[in-house]
Design a binder for this molecule. Sequence first.
Ligand code: CP3
Length: 356
Amino acid sequence: MQKPALQNDRYLRALQKQPVDRTPVWMMRQAGRYLPEYKASRAEAGDFMSLCRNTELACEVTLQPLRRFDLDAAILFSDILTIPDAMGLELYFETGEGPKFAKPITTTRQIEQLTVPDMGSDLKYVTDAVSLIRQELQGKVPLIGFSGSPWTLATYMVEGGSTKNFSKVKKLMFAEPEAMHQLLDILADSVIAYLNAQIAAGAQSVMVFDTWGGVLSPRDYREFSLAYMEKIVRGVTKRSEDRDVPITLFTKNGGQWLEAMADAGSTALGIDWTTDLADARSRVGNQVALQGNMDPSVLYASPQRIEAEVKQILASYGHGTGHVFNLGHGIHPEVDPEHAGAFIEAIHKHSPKYHR
Ligand code: CP3
């Protein structure tokens, strides 16, 4: 089916360092619990995974933030833990406790038995959502697809859920590195198949979330996280619908090894607020575009304080293209939606002068 032409391609252009009229913006977790309409849809679905599996509702919550705010991209509503769920680990969410797996990885035997999930069956609900969202967007803004990094997915699979000290996954990494590599390799192959299925269904850009790479030593980061993201960059579809498909790598707390990340070959790097954008640009800005990096907690402060922070971040990146404004991590559920609106307005108001 012929897709409508893209009306706003600022986000794709900035990622590829083509000139833009203002800095594009979207927010990590822009569809989420800070929006009352999201909470209503989630209640209608019953629970989080039912929301992800319901094509119409997944599409609806993807579009909700775009109705409120003048955002430059939509991001698929789903989760990074859909892959391990499709591998048979059975994902569920316990209220207030975050994600959990009913059948976490506890033995190397389980790792040997893992296979790449079938995109046409086990994860079809995700590509169905992508197709419907593209249709409903009508070319308004581009759609971002995403996945977790192999290392980040492995942490949840081995720990069985969220963790503070990563003891189980690090025990596997240090005591049985071969089994760890086997797990990461099958996850990398799964992520490639998953992102390519999203691109085939209509995702116009993809992002890899490495939420937990920053808990590793620099050497272990390269061996157990970055190497597999590099494999993903190599394996992901580069062009679709006659356009390049940009890929963004985001390692939370990854500021100290940006040079190594830039060498992995992605279009862009996501950075959090613990790294200064001017510093990041001078270190890797010739190689990659940069996405970020306001501390999401600034959104708790007044609209005036938010505007001041936006101005500082725009000034720290400086003139020219190659910057996608975002939060350095997901928006918090307690944030007042009006403050998110003030954040986006401030970028619209103050960024055009950096593009003249
Ligand atoms: O950005 C978006 O709007 C798209 C949707 C999206 C979700 N999760 C929806 C979600 C994306 C891109 C993710 C990625 C994700 N999921 C990551 C990587 C990014 C990051 O935040 O570091 C991680 C680590 C996960 C795993 C995950 N999913 C956790 C830890 C949680 C619980 C956290 C919490 O806030 O309670 C989830 C659930 C989840 N995924 C929610 C949303 C909106 C909240 C679920 C709810 O409605 O209760």
